[in-house]
Design a protein around this ligand. Structure first.
Ligand SMILES: [Fe+2]
Length: 232
C-alpha cells in the first residue's frame, strides 16, 4: 500500500507556479513492489519505510569497521550472493545467520532494482563509509538510483521546494532537511531522468564522529561499472 506524502513546496524555488505542480513527487510505500512507482513520470522519490530485525542492527554495530565490506560488482539478479561471498570472507565479515540476512536483503533489492529499471545487470556498491564523501548537496548524474543504509546515519535529502536553495547555500543551508532512517530504502531520480528535477541529497557528515556507515547503492550499468561478474 502506498500513501502520497503531501507536498510542502508550493511556494518555493523561484521556478514559478507551473513547477510547483511537479513538486509533489514523493511517495512512501510498504514493500518491495511499491518501489516501481518511481517509473511514474510524476514521482521523483519513493521511500520504502521499513526496519530490519534489531539483531542485524546489533550485529553490524558490533563489528569492527575493518570487517565491513567495501565492494563493487556488476551482477545479474541471483548472482549477488556468489559474487560477494568471497569478498565478505576477504574483509573478515563473520559468516552465519546475520551475514546471510544481510546478503539476502541486498539480493532482494538487487532483483527489485533490476525489475524496476528493466536492466539485466545491476551495478552494486556495498560501501564502508567513514569520511564525508559526497557531503555537498547534489543531484546524481543518473536516471535512477537505489540506496539503503545498513549501519550508521542515512542519506540526507531535501524536498524539491528547497532543492535550489540547498544547492546554492551548501553548508550554510539551514533546512528543512530530511533524512532516511536506518534500513529505509529509497529509489530516487537523478539529473538524467529527463524530468529536469532529480532529488537533491548528500551523505550525512560522519568524519570525526567515529562512526562508520555501511551503504548499499544500486545503479544501472555505466561506463564506470566494473566488468560483469564473473570476470574472465
Ligand atoms: Fe549522490
Amino acid at each position: 500500500m502506498s500513501a502520497p506524502v503531501p507536498s510542502l513546496e508550493s511556494e518555493a524555488s523561484g521556478q514559478g507556479a507551473s513547477a510547483a505542480k511537479t513538486e509533489t513527487g514523493i511517495e512512501t510505500c510498504g514493500g518491495l513492489a511499491g518501489l516501481a512507482a518511481i517509473n511514474r513520470p510524476d514521482r521523483d522519490l519513493v521511500i520504502w519505510a521499513r526496519a530490519l530485525p534489531l539483531c542485524l542492527t546489533a550485529w553490524l554495530e558490533g563489528l569492527e569497521a575493518s570487517c565491513l565490506p567495501d565492494l563493487r560488482v556488476l551482477v545479474r539478479p541471483g548472482d549477488f550472493r556468489a559474487a560477494v561471498e568471497p569478498q565478505l570472507d576477504g574483509c573478515g565479515m563473520p559468516p552465519g545467520d546475520m551475514r546471510d540476512l544481510l546478503i539476502g536483503d541486498a539480493d532482494a533489492l538487487v532483483a527489485a532494482f533490476s525489475q524496476v529499471t528493466g536492466s539485466d545487470l545491476v551495478d552494486v556498491r556495498l560501501e564502508r563509509v567513514s569520511h564525508d564523501a559526497c557531503w555537498k548537496f547534489h543531484r546524481d548524474s543518473v536516471e535512477a538510483r537505489l540506496v539503503t543504509t545498513y549501519r550508521g546515519p542515512g542519506t540526507e535529502w531535501v524536498r524539491p521546494g528547497q532543492a535550489e536553495q540547498a544547492l546554492q547555500e551548501q553548508k550554510q543551508f539551514k533546512g528543512p532537511l530530511e533524512q532516511l532512517r536506518l534500513h529505509e530504502v529509497a529509489v530516487f531520480k537523478g539529473s538524467r531522468a529527463g524530468t529536469g528535477r532529480g532529488i537533491v541529497h548528500r551523505s550525512p557528515p560522519v568524519a570525526g564522529t567515529g562512526q562508520t556507515r555501511l551503504l548499499l547503492c544500486l545503479n544501472r550499468p555505466s561506463h564506470v561499472s566494473p566488468e560483469p561478474w564473473p570476470q574472465a
